[in-house]
Design a binder for this molecule. Structure first.
Ligand code: IMP
Ligand code: MG
Length: 181
């Protein structure tokens, strides 16, 4: 049995992701190069890993990267309140951070991580996300670089999971209705 049997539709193909990652990588390269800076990528585990691996290939700068794993208490606590499951291994003091996310939904996660990075004395923080669901936003936060805007749909694949499954799919998909039940 293949996990592919659980898919209803492929929303964004592997080729579309590759093309868009290349465009974003070029744009990021130009924006940072213009200011004579190189971004320090902070990727949020675990969903952003495939996208990070793609995008860094197209950023023609001396980019370095580190990882963080967080959970937001969206809805239950004040914004900016997150639990750090894995902190950065390196200092971000004075660095120009490029926060790499798989998907921005309510916005609680990136808003809280941005605050945290500024508290850790990052010089600047910009966000690159593969997907954005602006219709779901609960806090006023806008990613600087967006791969694709999508409707209010729960998606899987390309790093994104449903109960930890389906991360390995090479495209972004919507599951059959019965799977979500
Ligand atoms: P936010 O804090 O509400 O913006 O949530 C962002 C996080 O929720 C993402 O990093 C994902 O881990 C998860 N998430 C939001 N929407 C989806 C989805 O459609 N599929 C899989 N994970 C999602
Ligand atoms: Mg995530």
């Amino acid at each position: 049995m293949s996990v592919r049997d659980d898919i209803k539709t492929v929303l964004i193909s592997e080729e579309q992701i590759r093309t868009r990652s290349e465009e974003l990588g070029k744009q990021i390269t130009e924006d940072y190069a213009r200011e004579g800076k190189a971004p320090y990528a902070v990727a949020l585990l675990r969903g952003s890993v495939p996208f990070l691996a793609d995008i860094i290939k197209y950023i023609d700068l001396d980019i370095q990267y580190d990882f963080m794993d967080v959970t937001s208490y969206a809805g239950t606590r004040t914004t900016g309140d997150i639990k750090i499951l894995k902190d950065l291994d390196t200092s971000v003091v004075g660095k120009d951070i490029l926060l790499v996310e798989d998907i921005v939904d309510s916005g609680f996660t990136i808003e809280a991580v941005k605050k945290l990075l500024f508290r850790k004395e990052a010089a600047s923080v910009k966000v690159v996300t593969l997907l954005d669901k602006p219709s779901r936003r609960k806090v006023d936060v806008t990613p600087e670089y967006v791969g694709f805007e999508i409707e209010d749909l729960f998606v899987v694949g390309y790093g994104m999971d449903y109960n930890q499954h389906y991360r390995c799919l090479p495209y972004i998909a919507v599951l059959k209705d019965e799977i979500y039940e």
